[in-house]
Write a protein that binds this ligand. Sequence first.
Ligand code: ADP
Length: 273
Amino acid sequence: MPNAMKHLILVGSGKGGVGKSTVAIHLALALAQQGHRVGLLDADIYGPSLPTLLGPAGKPKSPDGKRILPVEKFGIKLMSMGYLVDPEAAMMWRGPMLAGAVSQFVSDVEWGDLDFLIFDLPPGTGDVQLSLAQKFKVRGAVLVTTPQTVALADVVRAKAMFDKVRIPTLGLIENMSYFICDQCDARHEIFDHGGGERAAVRLGVPFLGRVPIEPKLREGGDVGQPLFNLAPQSASAATFLKIAADLTERVESEHAQSQRQEVRKRSLKIIRS
Ligand code: ADP
């Protein structure tokens, strides 16, 4: 059965280590909690992180030798190169081959009907974005950054990459934004304050929210457990749910608008012919 996927959303960052995979995972899980059918595709072929951050999930099966069934865990469908090959195996693929592999993951994996397919993009490259934009209707991209100036410079480059291939940027998330001390309840702005919001204004994109530094997020990532299992009442869990709800509203309204435009275009064509 061909896949029917409503919203393809890319999660990207200018550089590694800012928590892009963590955000992609928790956005996907939050959307699933809100009743959506969600797939999560680890587009980092060289350095797949899903099998570590969400734990092992068995090898994907291929009943007909052609299409691959995604693995399912925590209520979402997952695919990662790390589930197919030994994560330790060095991948000697170049950019264009990587991009081809990601596109294959979209079309050859039996995702079925999805409301959202979330892509955890590899940091830095432009090949994957280009290939996806050429082959599929990508709804938009979410940028992840930390508040320091050095990360913000990278996020400007990441946005330029999406612009180049005409993928709209849906917004920016500031991760590791602040830390609430569990001893004194004070809020510490460890990596500076307000950088993400300033970058969003500068780039002309919506600011989607701040995810605090949350030791349970790091702990969960190390043992393959999402925050919604370890600390469902935490500020970070609430933030992910809020961002997911806002994002849904935004993409749904843009989708409705583009559908109306499509209908108008089609009726004009009929009138003129
Ligand atoms: P990236 O995909 O940008 O390389 P990861 O998502 O792999 O980054 O995150 C890097 C590390 O930081 C992981 O150990 C992850 O658990 C941790 N981490 C990410 N976001 C947070 C956060 N808000 N609070 C605490 N640890 C975090």
